[in-house]
Design a protein around this ligand. Structure first.
Ligand code: DC
Length: 229
């Protein structure tokens, strides 16, 4: 039964390292991975493709409910198809993130994506990455972690990522975008970004990725969810 599968939820603001860390922890445990932000990014992209305005809630809700997506797990990444097209890169732009944050503030869209997210919970377990994994989607998760980092550090990490990908960016405009998106995600009335009451908060500002993975693995082991390392 799918309800038997264990869940680790990783919530927090954009740029706190959740994506990379979720993937590494899922690989180490041999668990499935849910990148819930990708579903909001895909809904926003589908809207653009179908000429749906980002404030047309009923139309966006229909799009979200019928989203034709596939997540193909590959060696060191997941390939994401929308209506058969590989959009793995297209959904990662700042513009796609901004559009995602807008559609994510609509209750109808969130409701339409809820069951699709819960369906990822299959044995042996699931690492769920998002904003409301511990509060709304998997309130009974075995371990809930809320990852943070200062906005300046998150902007710096994003800047380095973009530089590596050969994309021009300005640190100060990235910081402004991050702050605007944080504000929108935290202030929305439905499923706002906040730690679950029973979540452990981890500030990653001065931690490396392996250090964070190590900390999570320890917490999982303490709960009997992962082998001792
Ligand atoms: O994690 P991400 O940057 O891919 O998420 C893109 C947007 O989607 C982000 O601005 C907030 C929203 N989101 C959400 O509201 N709930 C989630 N569970 C995941 C993402």
């Amino acid at each position: 039964m799918s309800q038997a599968a264990k869940v680790l939820t990783l919530d927090g603001p954009g740029g706190a390292g959740k994506g990379t860390i979720s993937r590494l922890v899922a690989e180490r445990l041999g668990w499935h991975l849910l990148d819930s932000g990708a579903l909001y990014r895909l809904t926003a992209l589908a809207a653009r493709r179908h000429g749906v305005a980002l404030d047309d809630e009923p139309a966006l809700e229909r799009l979200a409910a019928t989203l034709d997506v596939e997540f193909l797990a590959e060696a060191d990444a997941t390939r994401i198809l929308l209506e058969g097209d590989d959009v793995s890169r297209e959904i990662r732009t700042e513009q796609a993130g901004d559009a995602a944050s807008r559609v994510a503030s609509l209750n109808g869209v969130r409701q339409a994506l809820l069951q699709r997210q819960r369906d990822f919970r299959t044995p042996p377990g699931l690492v769920a990455d998002g904003r409301d994994m511990g509060t709304v989607v998997f309130p009974d998760a075995e371990l809930k972690v809320f990852l943070t980092a200062s906005a300046e550090e998150r902007a710096r990490r994003r800047y380095l990522q973009l530089q590596e990908a050969g994309v021009d960016a300005s640190l100060s405009s990235l910081l402004k975008e991050i702050q605007a998106r944080d504000a929108r995600d935290m202030q929305r009335s439905v499923a706002p970004l906040k730690p679950a009451d029973d979540a452990i908060e981890l500030d990653t500002t001065s931690l490396s990725i392996p250090e964070v993975v190590e900390r999570l693995t320890e917490w999982l082991a303490q709960r009997g969810l992962a082998p001792e390392t």
